[in-house]
Structures are given as C-alpha cells and as structure tokens.
Design a protein around this ligand. Sequence first.
Ligand code: PMP
Ligand code: GLN
Length: 380
Amino acid sequence: MTIPSKLPNIPTSIFSVMSKMAIDYDAINLSQGFPNFPSDPTLNALVENAMRDGYNQYAPMPGDFELRMEISKKIENLHNHFYNPESELTITAGATQAIFTIIAATIQKCDEVIIFTPAYDCYAPTVQLFGGKIVPIQLKPPLHQVDWQEVADKISSKTKMIIINSPHNPSGMLFTKEDMLELQRLTEKNDILVLSDEVYEHIIFDKNKHQSASKFEALANRSFITASFGKTFHNTGWKIGYCAAPKHLMTEFQKIHQFVVFSVNHPAQKALATYLKDKTHYLKLSDFYQQKRDFFLNVLKDSRFKITPSKGTYFQMLDFSEISSESDIAFTERLTKEHKIATIPTSVFNEGKKDFKQIRVCFAKTDKTLAEAAKILSEL
Ligand code: PMP
Ligand code: GLN
C-alpha cells in the first residue's frame, strides 16, 4: 500500500546527511552541531544516582517538579520574569519536540508564520504539516540583521506567529534589545504569537547579553520560549529541553504534549534538577565557548575564508567565495571526500535554497580537533 506523502518535498535533514558522509569518508566532523567532548562526569553520576534511587518510571506529564522549579528560578534570576512551575513550564524531549508541539498547538490551516532564513530546518516542515504557510524573510551575510520594516511589510491579517532564534543557528547573529523591542511592538500591534528558540541562550560572546523574550513583559505574554539542556550541558543525545509560556498558552501546549510524548526521561530530569542548582554550570559556558571560537579563528586567520566572528552559538559561518565558485553543496561534498572535513552547506536553510557561498562549522570540539580542522581549511 502506498500513502500520499505529507511532506513530499522534504529531504533527509542535512545534519544526518553530512554526519553520515563524515563517517563514510572518515572525515573530521564539524557538520552536525554536537560536542566531541564528554558531558560532565558529575552530571552523569547524578543520573546514575537517580536510577539507583528508583526514578525509573514515568515522570509527571509536565516534567519533574523540582526541575521545573529550578528552571523557573533560573529564568527569574537571569531575566526577571516569573514562570509558575505549576502551570507555565513543561520539560520536553529536546527543543525539537517543544517546537513541534508549539506549532501543533497553535497553527491552523492557512495561518501564516514568518521565519527568518537561513532557518533551523524543523520550523518550515512542521508548520506545513499543520496546514500553515511559511512567509520567509531572508537575512543576508555577513551580518544577518533583521530589517523590521520588511517584517512589518510581510505581516498580514493571516500572520499567526513569528519564529525567532537568537543566538542564531547557523549565522551566529544575536538579536539586540532594540530588535526585541521592535518585535514586541509589531506583535502587540498585530496580535501575533512568538516562538522564541533560545537553545543557545548560554553561549554568547564578547560580553553581550542574551535578550530572552522573557525579559520583555508584553512579549513574554505572547511567547513560547524553548531551550535545550543538550546544548548547555554537552549531552545532545539525552534530548531534554523545556518550553516556557504563559498559562493560557501552556494549557494548549500540554494538551498536545501529553499525546506526543506524555513525559520525558525521568532519571535525567532528576539529575538536571540538582545540577542546575549550581549556576556556574551554565554561567561559565559563554567563556568556555568564546575560548574555542577565538582559538579556532586564530588558527584560521591566514586562510582564504572571509570570516565575520560568530556572536553566539557554537557555529561559525565561513565565506568560501575566494576559494571556489562551486555551489556550497558541491564544495562541502568535495571537502568531505577529498579533504576529510565535513561541514554544512547553508543554502539548504535559505529561501529558494539561495547560495551565498557560506558554509557552517561547529566549533564545539576539542582544541586538538579544531587545530587539525583549521590546518586543513587553511590550506584550501
Ligand atoms: N533549535 C536550534 C536552533 C537548534 O540548533 C537545535 C539543535 N539542536 C534545536 C532547536 C533542537 O534542539 P534539541 O537537540 O534539544 O532537540
Ligand atoms: N542542532 C544541530 C545543528 O544545527 C543538529 C540537530 C539535528 O541533527 N537535528 O547542527
């Protein structure tokens, strides 16, 4: 029996494609975004303890209460906004499941959703799955700044949601306070929801501050915020994240969450609840990754790539237009097969697959791997 595809034009995610190619060609893998160093042994031991203490059955549907309390405290300390752990926070199977559930809970047939491209790959297909229409706004290298007049022009009576992602994957761009105020003004004026993907909230460089949607009262009242412990604590494979939203939005989120996954890994949630009590575990992350960014850029300084330093995330865009006139897909394939280094072509995230000759590298790697990678890239 054949079935009509619900996503006929959607290929396998570029992250799976490039990571597989890295394995097939025994290449250094700077493609998919994950660290090649271990998750903290202290945190791992806390999971073991939780298993030994018997937390091996279903967690409560919205998540372990202690963990929700710690997240609530963290957000209040950092952004001065209180989310009630009883009714405004849910622990999810990574940010991916939160994003899916947010869109499932809100988007109906013919609703328009504004996204900024290059955009993380799950937004558009999920919106399409629920009958929504993507309205893309292309950000341009090297700065990838938003033109808010363009956003205002693209808003229509059908605009239901704007999806933002700061720090931004893949560009490393950051929304400023002024950006957030513009977003707040436009979404209030036009009564639009916001999905704020903040998975890189703790990876911000050069003393800049994270402008969480929760910092802005009127914005917080119409936003779903999602974050990912996988990014913050070097364990992307655990797939634990969360969603924060005002009660009336969270009620709808949980109606769907209970049928998508019901609840997520219990021992890991218990461990994270304890680990989060020590703020340094997440507050030191920006310095940790800034050191990696600076180390990597320093070893690349004599390369022929044009580079605008990333302001956040653990990604760096490299402009290869002075090295090759190939498409970014051909270039990354050749780099993997012939030079044994896997990266991500960013045209796949753009409106109409527009090719700005930018590849994305992940610098969440040991200094040894970064030095080896930079040596290969410098010789191109
Ligand atoms: N959003 C962005 C921007 C990402 O880069 C990622 C990648 N991890 C996710 C969401 C998904 O996060 P998770 O792995 O927690 O599902
Ligand atoms: N977020 C990661 C990246 O941007 C990948 C996650 C995934 O493989 N879906 O590379």
